[in-house]
Design a protein around this ligand. Structure first.
Ligand code: ACO
Length: 459
């Protein structure tokens, strides 16, 4: 097994200038190794040959949270975090927001190129005609408590889809893959809307196939006694742009979860349920919910300076700011900011927007944030749009999950066809005891002799 390495390993490229390799000298042994560089990366497995003895496991790389490790090759989404660039299949996000629709972007993500009119028509038709869910799903959503968090309900119901479509386990069958792709994109808004109506104590609204994808979602959320729900086109358009902005974002926490869980060759519904679970967390998809709570807590623009002092003293985080990849303005935040104004024109002013604008201004003028390259991310403004649409805060992450499903399934499909992939199974540096003897319970002296977790156990 690997032991923690304490001696230095010098890594330099000096001896091999121009030869796309690293010359690595292990100062423990004096041995030098040539490590190939491909696509600006070295293979972690190439370091395994570096050993101090025959029995040595070999050198491992250590990268908690994968901050400098590529886990796959992908042709879906390109991000340049320093320059603030986001492209899907090479097309810049601003062009897609301006000229495309969410369902067309979903096609682009899944199939790798923009559809012809006939391909788009078939795609939209297939998705529109798979929006209904089995009646039993409705029954089990009814079984949740009235105040169940809608993200918990979505997580459970997406996972449950696998039990309704057992043939989705035939992972190599192209027809089954297509059906799972269509069903996931089609049913996610229905499941999300059911969760919302359940919280509100309102009857569930069935999908309306005459409406577009975002219009139908608004209908399933808000339709009351009217025979036909007529969505405000400005709101439907804003929602469609939000869907495009959230469709994919390469190897983020939830996508990594989908790929890692999918690597066990489980069905795609279960893999996507793992993505929903990851998205639920406040450092990921839960951030837009947290932004709104933060803005409400700040209450008025007069409190902004005090609030930012608290952030700088590390008493709390400025939610909606900072990003693992973007060390510049998140390009999605700029597009959303424009959208906020159009939505508020349709829905009326919102005092939280004044706080958000002022808070952003203060933070961008403050060295604490600029030195750390902390800029607004997509979630700083998306919550304000949902709020203007009168969507409760708990639903924000649920709505994020709808478009991200297109990205998850595109990434899952790519993963399934990637010959370099295997079941995900990271290594560890073991830090615990070795070869300890089992002590009978009557001979154990008590928790005070044990370090770590027992102190956290309830009394
Ligand atoms: N508020 C205050 N300080 C921050 C924030 C923030 N939002 N984000 C980062 N920092 C500080 C850290 O304290 C750290 O400071 P230090 O070097 O003095 O210790 C420095 O900036 C670097 O931060 P890291 O935590 O190392 O950055 P990381 O890349 O790990 O975190 C993350 C990225 C999780 C998004 C973080 O910026 C954060 O928590 N932001 C708020 C939550 C949020 O908005 N998440 C949404 C992300 S977008 C999405 O998921 C769709």
């Amino acid at each position: 097994m690997a032991t923690e390495q304490t001696q230095d390993v010098a890594v330099d490229g000096a001896g091999s200038a121009g030869s796309e390799s690293l010359s690595v000298t292990d100062n423990r042994t004096g041995d030098t190794y040539e490590i190939e560089i491909t696509d600006g990366t070295v293979k972690a497995m190439d370091f395994r040959q570096i050993k101090v003895s025959e029995n040595d496991f070999g050198l491992m790389t250590f990268d908690p949270a994968f901050t400098n490790t590529a886990s796959c090759r992908s042709a879906i989404t390109f991000i340049d975090g320093e320059a603030g660039v986001l492209e899907h299949r090479g097309i810049p996000i601003d062009q897609l927001c301006e000229r495309s629709s969410f369902l067309e972007v979903a096609y682009l993500l899944v199939f790798g190129e923009l559809p012809t009119q006939a391909q788009l028509d078939t795609w939209v038709h297939d998705i529109t005609h798979h929006t209904y869910v089995h009646e039993n799903i409705k029954k089990f959503v009814e079984g949740f408590r009235y105040d169940a968090h809608p993200m918990g309900m979505l997580l459970a119901s997406v996972g449950a889809l696998s039990t309704f479509y057992p043939d989705a386990k035939k992972l190599d069958d192209p027809e089954e893959r297509y059906l799972a792709t269509i069903r996931l994109i089609a049913k996610m808004p229905t499941l999300a809307a059911f969760a919302y109506r359940h919280n509100m104590g309102l009857p569930y609204i069935y999908p309306d196939n005459d409406l577009t994808y975002p219009e139908n979602f608004l209908s399933m959320l808000f339709k009351m006694t009217e025979v036909k729900y007529e969505p405000d086109p400005r709101l439907a358009k804003a929602l469609d742009v939000l869907f495009i902005l959230h469709a994919d974002h390469e190897q983020n926490c939830s996508t990594n979860a989908v790929r890692a869980v999918g690597s066990s060759e489980v069905d795609p519904y279960s893999a996507v349920a793992a993505g929903v679970a990851a998205l639920y967390g406040p450092l990921h998809g839960g951030a837009n919910e947290a932004v709104l709570r933060m803005l409400r807590r700040i209450e008025t623009t007069d409190n902004i300076a005090d609030f930012l002092e608290g952030v700088k003293n590390r008493e709390e985080r400025l939610m909606g700011f900072g990003h693992r990849v973007y060390k510049n303005y998140d390009p999605r935040a700029q597009i959303i900011k424009k959208n906020v104004d159009e939505v508020l024109e349709a829905t009326g002013e919102n005092p939280l927007l004044d706080i958000a604008v002022e808070l952003e201004k203060h933070a961008l003028e403050d060295d604490y944030f600029t030195e750390r390259k902390l800029y607004p991310n997509v979630d700083f403004y998306s919550g304000l749009i949902y709020e203007a649409l009168k969507i409760p805060t708990e639903m924000f992450t649920v709505i994020f999950a709808i478009p991200r499903t297109a990205g998850w399934i595109a990434q899952w499909l790519e993963h399934m066809d990637d010959p370099e992939q295997k079941i995900a199974r990271p290594r560890q540096i073991y830090t615990g005891e070795r070869e300890a003897d089992y002590v009978p319970i009557e001979d154990r002296s008590g928790a005070e002799t044990i370090d770590g977790p027992p102190a956290k156990r309830p009394a």
